[in-house]
Ligand binder design. Structure first.
Ligand code: NAP
Length: 271
């Protein structure tokens, strides 16, 4: 969230707030309520012991009765040079967060999963035209979403296409076109866009927990039903690291609250 320039969908903040400022406010709030903040990187864990053990980067060990894992997820990027240049200057990974900045403008969505299809639908309500760019001729996303996208007159689908390069202007640096490459015949085609949304999935930050708690096939932490319990006693999880579907700050904050309540209940019953 700290990398999001402007957050305009967090309840209670009707004036646009930067992601950094929002996180700063949350941190001060937590500290004011008595939380103790330790800056460290957890490099290993031992969840077979009770108390649970977390190993820190600086050699410290933390022995705890309960832990909430809220390490988040990283949006996946195309990792091409021009993408880095226009990131935050026309390129985003979240249409729900940044779509409104492109009201009545032409945009592109890159990806073929449910997220890309949903983002294309969302943007079609705001923007004048949405170009959906997918590297194959068949979508991976849900059938019902596919049908909606195909029926939407504002969405133009570019099948078998990948981004060859993002193009734009200098001073100020701003995206204004994409050069597409057809993967079947190699032909190049330029489309004019003011915004581009990369929606090619996300990677949860769970590598350190692999083998210690149950993860799903995409590496997200598995939690029990509507609760935030993992398969290990005393280990809870909240936020995007256990949520492959919603990926919104308010949902993550809500699940953090659920986790705190789950931990409270757990500690109360702990001998
Ligand atoms: P996803 O299902 O993994 O789809 C990622 C898409 O990006 C795929 O179409 C993939 O193409 C494409 N892609 C991956 N790397 C690429 C690259 N380097 N260049 C170009 N294209 C690339 O991810 P997602 O859409 O974020 O969804 C994640 C999970 O959340 C899924 O389980 C999904 O079902 C769920 N979800 C559900 C809903 C819903 O139920 N309404 C909404 C959003 C997400 P290929 O198809 O060719 O591999």
């Amino acid at each position: 969230l700290t990398a999001t320039n402007e957050v305009e969908n967090y309840p209670g903040f009707d004036e646009v707030i930067s992601g950094f400022e929002l996180m700063d406010k949350m941190q001060s709030h937590a500290l004011k309520m008595g939380a103790v903040l330790i800056d460290d990187i957890i490099t290993d864990v031992d969840f077979s012991k009770s108390p649970l053990v977390l190993m820190g980067d600086n050699g410290d060990e933390y022995h705890v009765d309960a832990v909430i894992i809220a390490t988040g997820a990283k949006a996946r990027w195309l990792e091409i040079e021009s993408e880095a240049k226009y990131k935050g200057r026309g390129i985003s990974a979240c249409a729900t967060c940044d779509g409104f900045f492109f009201k009545n403008k032409e945009v592109a969505v890159i990806g073929g999963g449910s997220k890309a299809l949903e983002e294309a639908m969302h943007l079609a309500n705001i923007c004048s035209k949405v170009n959906l760019i997918h590297r194959r001729d068949e979508f991976r996303g849900e059938k019902v979403l596919q049908e909606k996208v195909m029926q939407n007159p504002k969405i133009t689908i570019h099948y078998d296409s990948v981004v060859d390069e993002f193009l734009g202007q200098e001073n100020p640096t701003k995206l204004n076109a994409i050069r597409l490459k057809n993967v079947k015949n190699g032909s190049l085609n330029e489309i004019k866009v003011d915004g581009a949304f990369v929606a090619i999935g996300s990677t949860p930050n769970t590598s350190v927990f692999k083998g210690h708690i149950e993860l799903d096939e995409n590496g997200f932490i598995k939690t029990e039903g509507k609760r935030t319990l993992t398969n290990v006693k005393g280990v809870f999880s909240a936020g995007d690291v256990q949520d492959p579907i919603y990926c919104q700050a308010i949902v993550a904050a809500g699940s953090g609250c659920m986790s705190a309540l789950d931990v409270q209940e757990y500690l109360m019953h702990l001998k």
